[in-house]
Design a protein around this ligand. Sequence first.
Ligand SMILES: NC(=O)C1=CN([C@@H]2O[C@H](COP(=O)(O)OP(=O)(O)OC[C@H]3O[C@@H](n4cnc5c(N)ncnc54)[C@H](O)[C@@H]3O)[C@@H](O)[C@H]2O)C=CC1
Ligand SMILES: CC(C)=CCC[C@@H](C)[C@H]1CC[C@H]2C3=C(CC[C@]12C)[C@@]1(C)CCC(=O)C[C@@H]1CC3
Length: 345
Amino acid sequence: MTTRVRPSNKRCAVIGGSGFLGRHLVEKLLDRGYSVSVFDIRQSYELPGVAFHLGDLCDKQALLPAMKDVSLVFHCASPAPASDDRGLFERVNIQGTRIVIQACIEAGVQKLVLTSSASVVFEGTDIKNGREDLPYAKKPIDYYTETKIEQEKLVLEACDKEKGLLTVAIRPHGIFGPRDPQLVPILVDAARRGKMKFIIGDGTNLVDFTFVENVVHGHILAAERLRPDSPICGKPYHITNDEPVKFWDFMSDVLVGLGYAAPRYHLPYALVYGLALLLWLLALILRPLVSFKPTFTPMRVALAGTHHYYNCERAKQDLGYKPVVSLKDGIARTVQSYPHLRQGA
Ligand SMILES: NC(=O)C1=CN([C@@H]2O[C@H](COP(=O)(O)OP(=O)(O)OC[C@H]3O[C@@H](n4cnc5c(N)ncnc54)[C@H](O)[C@@H]3O)[C@@H](O)[C@H]2O)C=CC1
Ligand SMILES: CC(C)=CCC[C@@H](C)[C@H]1CC[C@H]2C3=C(CC[C@]12C)[C@@]1(C)CCC(=O)C[C@@H]1CC3
């Protein structure tokens, strides 16, 4: 008779562990005494106690060694939203996630925690205090969102106590913090090119921006509370800073903190959205001839000009979640961490 070795509770794998969120998650898991395998297409750092497995998550044979003797898998890999590559999003976020689930089952993994996104319910119009029971976006605003929806459905539907795989999805929103490759660098690049003088709309729209350590905290709570008898199995959870802020106040705080001027002049939302749509279409048509990436994509304009903030009461109730870093401290720590992006640097 063969006895199956039950994977140790403190052994986990982070798919996408070389990324912004993934690396913060790995660091916190190590602090908490986990041993960690990272699976990613690239290795962006080295840390004692972390075993790197390089490969594409669409390749099950490459994934399996990273899941050996692992009881818990975090899946936080995705192509960057800015890539706007439909084929890539479908391959990685949909087909790849199916493969991740199959690999978890084959490897005897007991828990799978997906990093989804609160944007799975966002269609470009206001969301105020949105709860998890809002329907998925029927008209997702871009391919990234479209495939994040399918990815979340796949993972939550895979929750099967009989088969021994428990799943949960974390839906963060607007993650920011040290080493973020997206929000602050894109913002500073736009400011340096003189494109951050304008406020889109009246500037009163409230949005969630979530400090990365709060997102990590939500993931770890979910992983540790995920048990066959817990109410969290197969459910999505909003994880935010629980401090909705005016989009343009947040942008101004980051810009001013880095020595740039805050945006001042107002432009009508509909005009900017229309222009962004036109530019996006133009870029699509001209793609075979010239490649240019507009800074103000329809998705970014929609995010900059509408309310989108989410209620995280369910995470508080079921996970015992409470943000560990305030927005003010998060912004201060973020600004401090980018000396090379300061005005004049
Ligand atoms: N940054 C944000 O504001 C938000 C991010 N999310 C989600 O959080 C997760 C992490 O995002 P970030 O850390 O911001 O992105 P990131 O781009 O820094 O990290 C993603 C990682 O996934 C890896 N990856 C991509 N394709 C892969 C593949 N085929 N096989 C293996 N690894 C692959 C990349 O190499 C990268 O290291 C993603 O699932 C994203 O959808 C959700 C809400 C907001
Ligand atoms: C229009 C403008 C002022 C752009 C500069 C900032 C933007 C780059 C960010 C503002 C909100 C951010 C955001 C995301 C990416 C970066 C921003 C557009 C996400 C799309 C990342 C992936 C998600 O799942 C949702 C995020 C929502 C907020």
